[in-house]
Ligand binder design. Structure first.
Ligand code: ZN
Length: 133
């Protein structure tokens, strides 16, 4: 590693570490990534992974994001079908574009939290659909 100064605080106190385990948290899920090496600033705690570890850490983070998107797609589809809504009607109710639900359910886009929250409420209280549909 060429870096001699901490890119975060500017201190000249980078110390090597090796074979450590880091946790990544995303969307309520946590994954542990073991065997990571690099340098750590002893002044501010900033971590600089070596190239191999950075790749490993990034891949684990990407997988968490994809897993979350997949779980969200499945949940949105399940609730929409339970409510007996077409994708077009679900989009009209939530204000998305006409193909919004197609994109959510294929994992091409993440629905806004307001859409997810509305669907979760309707999942628990499907009788309320008649108030808005
Ligand atoms: Zn630092």
């Amino acid at each position: 590693m060429k870096t001699k100064l901490c890119g975060s605080c500017g201190a000249d106190q980078l110390a090597p570490f090796s074979n450590e385990t880091f946790e990544i948290e995303h969307g309520g899920q946590t994954v542990r990534v073991a065997g990571l090496s690099g340098k750590r600033c002893t002044a501010c705690g900033e971590v600089y992974f070596d190239a191999k570890s950075a790749k490993k850490y990034a891949a684990a983070g990407d997988k968490l994001v994809l897993d979350e998107r997949e779980a969200m797609s499945a949940e949105i589809r399940r609730i929409r079908k339970r409510l007996g809504l077409s994708q077009a009607k679900a989009a009209r109710i939530t204000g998305g574009g006409h193909n919004a639900f197609s994109r959510y359910e294929r994992g091409e886009a993440m629905p806004l939290p307001a859409v997810v929250n509305l669907f979760r409420l309707l999942d628990k209280h499907p009788d309320l659909l008649k108030e808005i549909a």
